[in-house]
Design a binder for this molecule. Structure first.
Ligand code: GRG
Length: 309
């Protein structure tokens, strides 16, 4: 059954796009590929720790976006799957490190105990490092039927995304902002653009690059991704206040407890919701030239504001 908030009618003539089935099918394809991507080897302990977090569930939004833009740009799922898996390896390693006592210090993630709670801090750090290194190896070694210069472009983009110009830099700014109450919306947006937006943008753009998309399409899709990335983070901040631990699969209310500046703390919940919806509308407007082909990306954008976890 298609949930009302996930049903997207593009126009009166087009069929209803069933996002629930689409996400379910794509998630299961990605999870099978992730399982195959990282078999247990020796030393077993580190492979088990890496697989524990990599196969712990989650929405798989980044791989799903990568596959969707590859198809939109005329490529196939097979061309993008190694990169889709690598995006999830990078995302997962960032969650493992983010949950460590030295950072956010969380006990639960994706409804399970965090990596360091099960394997200890030393192994959790190494599991993150192992996933990060393997993500790059996997794109280089497993991508097939894509011209090598396109694979190199994706590898370069992934490198920049995790670097001090991306996730690492965003995390540093976030750590520096802790305990400060005078953070402006612009600073908050910079933190989230680096911490959350950069990987979502790379997910969207990589799929297009692998399919051989031109500069104009890459630019349009980048703008789509930047807008959904920011909307995603605004909704994340709202959910931290409104959702339960069970819905989130992790501790709720952490931002309030840490007295962190968030979008709802600056704007209030209703205005934050309105801002997120405005960003999603803007993202969808970037897809106009693609017609029906972009239906999955439109529906995913709407899902970002209606999601409950
Ligand atoms: C990248 C070298 C390197 C180190 C990591 C810790 C760190 C540096 C960065 C923090 C990045 C971080 C945790 C950003 C938050 C991103 C975010 C909104 C996560 C939640 O994503 P969802 O909702 O989660 O897609 P699921 O579980 O569904 O995948």
């Amino acid at each position: 059954m298609v949930k009302a908030e996930e049903r997207v009618e593009h126009n009166s003539e087009s069929a209803v796009f069933d996002l629930t089935s689409y996400l379910k099918q794509r998630k299961s394809l990605v999870e099978e590929a992730l399982d195959r991507s990282l078999p247990v080897s020796k030393p077993e302990k580190i492979y088990e720790a890496m697989r524990y977090s990599l196969l712990a569930g989650g929405k798989r939004l980044r791989p799903i976006l990568c596959l969707a833009t590859c198809e939109l740009a005329g490529g196939t799922i097979a061309m993008a799957m190694p990169t889709a898996c690598a995006l999830e390896m990078i995302h997962t390693m960032s969650l493992i490190h983010d949950d460590l006592p030295a950072m956010d210090n969380d006990d639960y993630r994706r409804g399970k105990l965090t990596n360091h709670k099960v394997y200890g801090e030393d192994i959790a750090i190494l599991a993150g490092d192992g996933l990060l290194a393997y993500a790059f190896e996997y794109v280089a070694a497993a991508t097939q039927n894509v011209p090598p210069q396109q694979v190199v472009k994706v590898l370069a983009r992934l490198g920049r995304t995790v670097s001090a110009a991306g996730l690492v830099g965003g995390q540093v700014l976030d750590l520096e902002s802790e305990g400060k109450t005078d953070i402006a919306a612009e600073t908050l947006t910079l933190i989230h653009t680096l911490k959350t937006g950069a990987l979502l943008e790379t997910a969207v753009v990589s799929g297009a690059i692998l399919a051989g998309a031109g500069a104009e399409d890459v630019a349009k899709l980048s703008r789509y991704a930047q807008k959904i990335g920011l909307a995603f983070q605004i909704v994340d901040d709202i959910l931290d206040i409104t959702a339960t631990k069970e819905e989130l699969g992790k501790t709720a209310g952490k931002d309030l407890e840490a007295q962190k500046v968030t979008y709802p703390s600056l704007w209030g919940i209703e205005e934050s919701k309105a801002q997120a919806q405005e960003l999603v509308d803007g993202a969808i407007a970037e897809l106009e030239s693609y017609g029906e082909l972009a239906e999955p990306l439109r529906a995913i954008a709407q899902y970002i504001v209606s999601r409950k976890n």
